[in-house]
Design a protein around this ligand. Structure first.
Ligand code: PLP
Length: 428
């Protein structure tokens, strides 16, 4: 090695160390704030009871709301598809073509959502990213509920449209913001008269229908009315509502009888449908535009045959067994009222999510740890996922939980509270 080469190697080594120091410092900062996350290692598949570090614990943490991820028919469908069509799909659908199975699933999802068509994506995250960034761009505006899922906010940022937030579940606030934006535009259009005509700019309003961390419903009838009045495009993310809320688990839009009035309906296959993947449902025109414009559709490998077949089978089980959504809703409501009676600050569940508000991030982690010692796995949700000071446990119920599981969970929460240090329990 020449001197120059040795010098370069030393420099490279120096840079690497400096980078490692920065990374360590970053993790230490998270540690000190009580916000460092680690991934727990699970030794078992989906189910009400899982193996954590060799110990059986009751799972109150999964979004497999209907218990379909391990359902025999759904698993069998995935196995058959893997055997017949392979495990991976090998390319994006626009490159080699898609499977008939993809088309069948899209038709099934469109039927579930009462729309003309649907488009598959590899995940719900990618569905939101690709859809929002193809529907709006610079010069347009996106309005988000303050509690919207990160993938919606990221999609809005990626689009480079201006991003605005309205207060959680507050249609009047949104109405006010839209009125202000319109006045501002009218004023500017007036000033522009005689100059170049500006292209009509698009306004997109996006909301979760069931909020992932609060478990409540968006005021969809009000949002539909507001968007129609302002000429804004409404997009609704049904990730936590699909399979759980509404007649036959068709979602919150169906629950409010608003089918046909929400132009962009998004959902995921990875929660109640027990598989993986995401979708957008709407008019054929919208879906064709997404197939042509959404970069997360164009440049992403198609959904794998097993995941596609599993989701399709899950739709069939859902259609055949409407008792599943009914059961998970009943369990979630029962858990919420029992915990509320036990003195916890619980938000009323609209779906399968039961948020138990603690307040302080460290106190939420402590409570989660105590519950784990008692054999219950419930995740603590801390900032930045939720606003500071609203740290919580996010309990979720599944149709596969038995009544005995519910009783066991309530007991553990009672015990955890009895032995709780200051700071745990009601905080508001
Ligand atoms: C989980 C979730 C997503 C993302 O779906 P994935 O299929 O897990 O990528 C999008 N939106 C909401 C509201 C979600 O909860």
């Amino acid at each position: 090695m020449s001197d120059a080469e040795a010098n370069d190697a030393e420099k490279t080594q120096g840079h690497r160390l400096a980078f490692a120091d920065q990374l360590s410092a970053e993790l230490e900062r998270l540690d000190r704030a009580g916000l460092r996350r680690t991934i727990r290692s699970l030794a078992s598949g989906p189910g009400a009871v899982v193996d954590v570090d060799g110990r059986e614990v009751l799972l109150l943490a999964s979004n497999d709301y209907l218990g379909l991820a391990g359902h025999q028919e759904v698993v069998d469908a995935a196995v058959r598809a893997a055997t017949r069509l392979g495990v991976g799909s090998g390319s994006a659908r626009l490159v080699t073509g898609g499977l008939r199975l993809h088309e069948e699933l899209e038709a099934g999802l469109a039927a579930l959502k009462g729309t003309e068509d649907a488009v598959l994506f590899s995940s719900g995250y990618l569905a939101n990213l690709g859809t929002i960034s193809s529907l709006v761009g610079p010069g347009d505006a996106v309005f988000c509920d303050f509690a919207n899922h990160a993938s919606i906010v990221d999609g809005a940022r990626l689009s480079r449209a201006s991003l605005h937030f309205y207060r959680h579940g507050d249609g009047s606030h949104l109405d006010g913001l839209l009125t202000r934006l319109r006045r501002e535009r009218d004023r500017r259009a007036g000033e522009d008269r005689g100059g170049s005509t500006r292209a009509a700019r698009r306004i997109l309003v996006v909301t979760d229908s069931v909020f992932s961390m609060d478990g409540d419903l968006a005021p969809l009838p009000q949002l539909v009315e507001i968007c129609e009045r302002h000429g804004a495009l409404l997009m609704v993310d049904e990730a936590h509502a699909t399979g759980v809320v509404g007649p036959e688990g068709r979602g919150a839009i169906a629950h409010f009888q608003l089918e046909g009035r929400v132009p962009v309906v998004m959902g995921t296959l990875s929660k109640a449908l027990g598989s993986a993947g995401g979708f957008v449902a709407g008019d054929r025109l919208l879906c064709d535009v997404l197939r042509n414009r959404a970069r997360t559709f164009i440049y992403d490998t198609a959904l794998s045959p097993p995941a596609t077949a599993a989701a399709l089978q899950a739709l069939r089980v859902l259609a055949r067994e409407p008792a599943r959504p009914a059961r998970v809703l009943r369990l979630a409501r029962a858990l919420a009222s029992a915990l509320s009676e036990a003195g916890y600050d619980v938000l009323a569940p609209a779906a399968a999510i039961v948020p138990v508000i603690v307040g302080d991030a460290a106190a939420a982690s402590d409570l989660a740890e105590r519950l784990l010692e008692l054999g219950i796995l419930v995740p603590a949700i801390r900032p930045p996922t939720i606003p500071r000071g609203t740290a919580r446990l996010r309990a979720t119920m599944m149709a596969s939980h038995s009544d005995a599981h519910l009783a066991q969970a309530v007991d553990a929460f009672r015990t955890a509270r009895a032995g709780a240090p200051r700071g745990v329990g009601p905080s508001r």
